[in-house]
Design a protein around this ligand. Structure first.
Ligand code: G4P
Length: 567
C-alpha cells in the first residue's frame, strides 16, 4: 500500500487483538495533513480496493462501444445474452424517457455504470456518451476512472472523437489500453494502424496479441506472451461466445500456412523494434498495450478482460483541492461525477453517481456534503446495471454508487465521512453554442424556471444570465447543439413547460472579471453574462476575429481561455 509521504502512521493499538470482538481490534491512527483518523489495523478496505478496476471505453460513435460493453459483460458472465445492457434494436431495452429521442437519432445520451465480477475482481465500467456534443459528460465520467479502453474501428483508425477523448485521458494521466475492433471485416493493415497511433498521438503501441489473417479474413490471434495461437470460429448471430481453439505454434503453422508465417514475421519485427508491454510507460500514459479483435462475434474479448485485470491500475490515493492525496483506506470519500434525472419512467427520480475514492461505504451512513457542510443520508444507495437497480449495501474504492433523490448534489461535489476532504472541481467545457430559452406558455413559468434550474444543476447545459436580459429569458450555453434538444425535450416531458430557443450569434466564450465586464459594456460583437452555477463571468464573442480585434483594442481586459477539450 502506497502512502503519501506526508501521512505518517503515528500510533498503533488501542486495544488487544481478539478474534471474536470487532470492537477491540487493534487501531491505527493515521495523520493526514492537519487531521487525524483511526482505522482498524489490517482493514479490508485496501484489499477490496485492490480488487477493483474502474474504467471507461472511449471511442468515436459507431466504433462498437455498445457492442464491446455487451461483449465484456457477457464474458464476465454478468448477463447471459449479449444485448441486455444497452437495448439495441430487437433486444431488451432500457426505459429512460428520452430513450425515444436516442433511438430516433441513433445516439446514446444516457450513461450507465455497469459492475461485474470477473476472476475474483470487481470491474466497474463507466459508460460514456459517444456523441461529441456530450463531451462534457464524457469528461466528467473520465474523472471517475483509473483506466480507459481506446476502441478503434480497424477500417478507420483514429477518428476525431477518439482524438478528443484521448486528449482528456492524456491531460488526466489516465493509462490507455487500445482495442482494435471489427477485425472480422475488411480494414487496414495492423502495422499501419500502430504507426498511426504512434505518429498522430505520440502513444507508443505495444501489442499484446497479433492477428493472423488480414481484417476481413480473420483466422485468430497469436498471444505475444505465450506464443499460443487462438483460432476463432464465429457462432451464428454473434450473440454468444465465439468458439475458441488453442493451438501451439507448430500446430498453427501446419494448419494456417502462409497467413500464419506472415503474422510471425510481423511479430519478429515488433520484437526487433522493442514494442513490448512496459508497465511504467503504460501507467505514465506514454505507451499503450494493443489488442486486436472483434466485439460483435466476441473475438479477443476474453483476452481484453484478462489484460484489463492484469494491467489496469487499482484505485490509488486521490489528490484533494490542497493537492494532498487521500489514502484509499481513509474514511469514506466520494466524487459525484454525474447527475441524471428520470432515468427510469417507473422511478422518476434523480440519481447522483458517486465514485468511491476512499473508505468503506455502507448504505444508511450519514455523510457530509463538502460544498454545503450539510449532512447527507444515504438510505437509498443503489447500484446500476443498465436499467436495473439493486440496493447497494457496501461499496469500496473504485465502485460507483447511485444515490437516489440526491437533489442537492452536483457533478464535481465531494461527499465524505468523518475526515473532511474536498476534491478539485470538475472544469466546465468552453461552450460554443448559445441560445436564449423562453417558455412558450406564460402560465408555466414556474415549471420552466424549475426545469432550467434542475438541468443546469445536473450539468445538462450551462445557464447564463444578466441583469439586462432578466430572469425570464436565460441564455443556454452548450458544447454541442444536441444539448439544446435534450433541454427542450426534458423541459416539455418532465416539467410540462414547452419552450423555444432563439439562437445567438456567439461562438466563443472567455472568462473575465468585473473590470472586464465594465470594459466590454457596449462593445459590438460581445456580451458578458454570469454563469449561474458558479457565478463565473463569461464574455461571449461572435467569432475569433472579433475576439482578436477586441483583445487588440482592450489589451488590459482579462480574457481567460476556458477548459480546452473542445478547442
Ligand atoms: P457505438 O456504441 O460505438 O456507437 O457502436 P455500436 O456498438 O452501436 O456498433 C456500431 C455498429 O458496428 C453496429 O452495427 C455494430 O453491430 C457494429 N459492430 C460493432 N462491433 C463490430 C465487430 O466487431 N464487427 C462487425 N462486423 N461489426 C461490429 P449497426 O448495423 O449500426 O447496428 P446493429 O443494428 O447491428 O446494432
Amino acid at each position: 500500500m502506497l502512502y503519501p509521504r506526508d501521512i505518517r502512521l503515528a500510533q498503533v493499538a488501542l486495544g488487544g487483538p481478539s478474534d471474536d470482538d470487532e470492537g477491540v481490534r487493534p487501531q491505527v491512527t493515521v495523520v493526514a495533513g492537519e487531521q487525524a483518523y483511526q482505522r482498524p489495523a489490517g482493514t479490508e478496505v485496501a484489499a477490496e480496493a485492490g480488487r477493483r478496476r474502474a474504467f471507461a471505453v472511449i471511442s468515436h460513435p459507431d466504433a462498437g462501444k455498445s457492442t464491446l460493453t455487451e461483449a465484456l459483460a457477457l464474458h464476465a458472465s454478468a448477463i447471459t445474452q449479449a444485448g441486455a445492457v444497452h437495448g439495441k434494436a430487437g433486444r431488451r431495452g432500457v426505459t429512460s424517457d428520452w430513450m425515444a429521442m436516442e433511438k430516433d437519432r441513433g445516439i446514446s445520451i444516457t450513461s450507465a455504470a455497469l459492475r461485474f465480477d470477473y476472476d475474483g475482481m470487481v470491474l466497474n465500467l463507466l459508460d460514456t456518451p459517444g456523441h461529441a456534443d456530450f463531451s462534457e459528460d464524457t469528461y466528467r465520467v473520465l474523472e471517475a476512472v483509473d483506466c480507459a479502453i481506446m476502441l478503434l474501428d480497424s477500417a478507420k483508425g483514429l477518428e476525431p472523437q477518439t482524438l478528443k477523448l484521448f486528449d482528456v485521458c492524456r491531460n488526466r494521466h489516465i493509462p490507455v489500453i487500445t482495442f482494435v475492433n471489427k477485425w472480422d471485416r475488411p480494414g487496414r493493415e495492423p502495422l499501419e494502424l500502430l504507426d498511426e497511433i504512434e505518429q498522430r498521438i505520440g502513444l507508443r503501441p505495444t501489442p499484446l496479441n497479433w492477428p493472423v489473417g488480414i481484417a476481413g479474413d480473420f483466422h485468430g490471434l497469436i498471444d505475444r506472451n505465450t506464443g499460443e495461437f487462438t483460432r476463432f470460429t464465429r457462432t451464428p448471430g454473434g450473440a454468444d461466445r465465439a468458439i475458441e481453439e488453442q493451438l501451439t505454434a507448430e500446430e498453427a503453422a501446419a494448419r494456417e500456412g502462409e497467413v500464419y508465417t506472415t503474422a510471425r514475421e510481423e511479430l519478429d519485427l515488433l520484437t526487433e523494434i522493442g514494442a513490448d508491454v512496459d508497465m511504467e510507460s503504460f501507467l505514465a500514459g506514454e505507451s499503450s498495450p494493443v489488442l486486436f479483435g472483434a466485439a460483435l462475434p466476441n473475438f479477443g474479448v476474453r483476452r481484453l478482460l484478462e489484460s484489463l485485470v492484469a494491467l489496469a491500475p487499482a484505485p490509488a490515493p486521490r489528490a484533494d483541492v490542497k493537492d494532498e492525496p487521500r489514502p484509499v483506506d481513509a474514511p469514506f470519500s466520494g466524487l459525484v461525477f454525474k447527475v441524471q434525472a428520470n432515468m427510469d419512467r417507473n422511478h422518476r427520480d434523480r440519481v447522483a453517481f458517486v465514485r468511491v475514492c476512499s473508505g468503506r461505504f455502507e448504505r444508511g451512513m450519514v455523510l457530509t456534503h463538502a460544498a454545503t457542510g450539510r449532512p447527507f443520508a444515504t438510505k437509498y444507495a443503489q447500484s446500476m446495471f443498465g436499467a436495473d437497480r439493486e440496493t447497494l449495501d457496501v461499496a469500496y474504492p473504485g465502485d460507483v454508487i447511485g444515490l437516489v433523490n440526491a437533489n442537492a448534489l452536483r457533478p464535481g461535489d465531494t461527499l465524505y465521512e468523518e475526515l473532511s476532504v474536498e476534491f478539485p472541481p470538475i472544469p466546465s467545457f468552453a461552450p460554443e453554442h448559445f441560445a436564449v430559452v423562453r417558455s412558450k406558455d406564460a402560465s408555466k413559468h414556474k415549471q420552466f424556471r424549475k426545469g432550467i434550474d434542475q438541468l443546469a444543476t445536473e450539468g445538462v447545459v450551462q445557464v447564463l444570465s444578466s441583469d439586462l436580459r432578466g430572469d425570464q429569458a436565460p441564455v443556454l450555453a452548450a458544447v454541442g447543439p444536441l444539448q439544446f434538444d435534450v433541454v427542450l425535450n426534458r423541459l416539455e416531458h418532465e416539467f410540462g413547460a414547452r419552450a423555444e430557443l432563439d439562437h445567438l450569434g456567439y461562438t466563443i466564450a472567455r472568462r473575465t472579471d468585473a473590470e472586464g465586464a465594465a470594459g466590454l459594456a457596449g462593445v459590438r460583437g460581445s456580451e458578458v453574462l454570469t454563469r449561474r452555477l458558479d457565478g463565473a463571468l463569461l464574455a461571449l464573442f461572435t467569432d475569433k476575429w472579433r475576439l482578436a480585434a477586441i483583445q487588440r483594442d482592450h489589451a488590459d481586459i482579462l480574457l481567460e481561455t476556458l477548459v480546452a477539450g473542445t478547442d
